[in-house]
Design a protein around this ligand. Structure first.
Ligand SMILES: *Cc1c(COP(=O)(O)O)cnc(C)c1O
Length: 459
């Protein structure tokens, strides 16, 4: 049994919080490929991006060279309401598994939105406010991003319009009400309120929507209404930048006790929590100062890294957004209806895609029943009811810890516990009732949506 000289929770003080975000791209030799204008096939300029995004965020999006970008004091003050977040030593999980591995998790669920997404939401709302905008539009799937953004907008007095994937709007009324409580207007997507929504409804009557479709609607509303911009909760470089607070705090906490992780694990939706958690560690790896095994975990039902194609693709279904080079299943890919664990976006952050392509990280996919088994074990021994998304990382961490049990290796594993699962109880109910099934897309299904990738001239 571990001697427990390390505390159960490593807390930092407010002074230990990072004063600047770390821009991982600055240390990458192969920079992530630029966003392309879908009309011209040319890299998007700041001028072209500024009708969609706030100016300061455009600058951050395009900045591949500045290593540290100061966190404005207003944002740091907001962070202090829920940061620094604890790094927890999972002694109880280690004991339950009987593993010699040392397991730590960085817990980002200690705020009302229930996830790490508030780290970027507050930054994006701040820059919109600073630019004198009236409001922002966005999409949300399960609702965590919309909730985080509505909290951030109410803090700065901005209007917030959320396009929520219809199936979630209907199945997750509670998250919707949290958003409305913070003053956001929430529209089920696809809707009749946009041109692209009407077009999708005409083509696919009865569709329950997708993230890609909600993005198209939110972008349309932002670009057609003066004083509005669009904000996105993941995938983009700027979001990974803001999420670097997770990794910077994790590194400070580990350094405080002289702990060096062997394996760093995170779940991957659009890649923002993973990109943020690994940022300073990947930086060391890129600079040749240290080595870590870094593992992205994705659902077997939406396997971008493990079965997707590295190519330029649309980020949305309506094909109005910029093209991003990423591991993708094709923008027309929609995970099967029984998929309950989140992480359902068809693509992946360009930064992480490039790093994965260059061999700096690994990826694994896990099936949802095994994810919920891990979630249940974690909840019972560690006390926290994890979000299904986060539970993908728990699954992989448990699997690595069990390998250590076989080999007797005392590896140090750090994983990101991105949020809590209080609003995911329909999924837990399915699992508890034994009604959860696994669905893995066939090669033919993936090939069919990949065949529809846009044709982009080789650069
Ligand atoms: C949104 C979300 C994710 C996945 O998004 P990333 O951008 O890949 O981090 C993971 N966990 C939780 C709790 C989320 O809300």
């Amino acid at each position: 049994m571990a001697d427990k000289t390390i505390p159960y929770k490593i807390y930092l003080s407010e002074e230990d919080m990072p004063k600047a975000w770390y821009n991982l791209r600055s240390d990458m030799k192969n920079k992530p490929a630029p966003l392309l204008n879908p009309g011209t096939g040319k890299p998007l300029t700041a001028e072209e991006l500024s009708p969609i995004f706030c100016e300061e965020l455009v600058a951050q999006e395009l900045d591949d060279t500045t290593p540290f970008i100061e966190i404005p004091e207003e944002i740091r003050n907001f962070y202090k309401m829920f940061r620094p977040s604890p790094l927890v030593r999972a002694y109880c999980l280690e004991e339950k598994l009987g593993t010699p591995a040392k397991i730590y998790y960085k817990f980002e669920g200690n705020n009302t939105s229930g996830s790490h997404k508030l780290n970027s939401a507050i930054a994006q709302a701040y820059y919109a406010k600073k630019q004198g905008l009236k409001g922002v539009t966005t999409e949300t799937g399960a609702g965590q991003w919309g909730t985080a953004l509505s909290m951030a907008c109410s803090y700065f007095g901005l209007d917030c319009k959320v396009y929520m994937v219809k199936v979630s709007y209907e199945q997750k009324p509670f998250r919707r009400e949290v958003m409305r409580t913070y003053g956001a207007s929430v529209v089920p997507s696809p809707s009749e309120t946009t041109e692209v929504g009407r077009k999708i409804l005409a083509e696919f009557p009865g569709t329950t929507g997708s993230l890609g479709c909600a993005i198209s609607e939110a972008v349309e509303v932002a670009t057609k209404n003066p004083g509005y911009r669009y904000v996105l909760g993941s995938v983009l470089n700027q979001v990974l930048l803001h999420q670097s607070v997770i990794g910077l705090e994790t590194k400070t906490a580990l350094d405080k006790y002289g702990i060096k992780p062997d394996i760093i694990i995170g779940c991957a939706g659009g890649g923002s929590n993973l990109g943020g958690l690994i940022a300073p560690f990947m930086g060391e790896k890129l600079r040749g100062e240290a080595d870590y095994r870094i593992i992205a975990v994705e659902p077997a039902s939406c396997p971008r890294f493990t079965r997707g194609t590295f190519a330029y693709d649309f980020c949305d279904t309506g094909m109005i957004c910029p093209l991003a080079k990423m591991y993708t299943l094709g923008s027309s890919f929609i995970p099967s209806a029984n998929h309950a664990g989140g992480l359902r976006f068809h693509g992946m952050s360009s930064t992480l895609s490039q790093l994965y392509h260059d061999g700096y990280m690994e990826a694994t996919s896990v099936e949802q029943t095994s994810v919920f088994e891990a979630a249940e074990m974690f909840a019972r021994v560690e006390g926290i009811l994890p979000a299904p998304e986060s539970s993908h990382a728990i699954r992989a961490a448990i699997d690595e810890a069990l390998k250590c049990k076989e080999t007797g290796e005392e590896k140090t594993i750090v994983f990101g516990l991105t949020g809590t699962g209080y609003f995911d109880l329909v999924a837990y109910q399915k699992f508890n009732d034994g009604e959860m099934t696994d669905y893995i897309p066939t090669d033919e299904e993936i090939a069919a949506s990949v065949a529809k990738l846009p044709k982009v001239p080789e650069m």
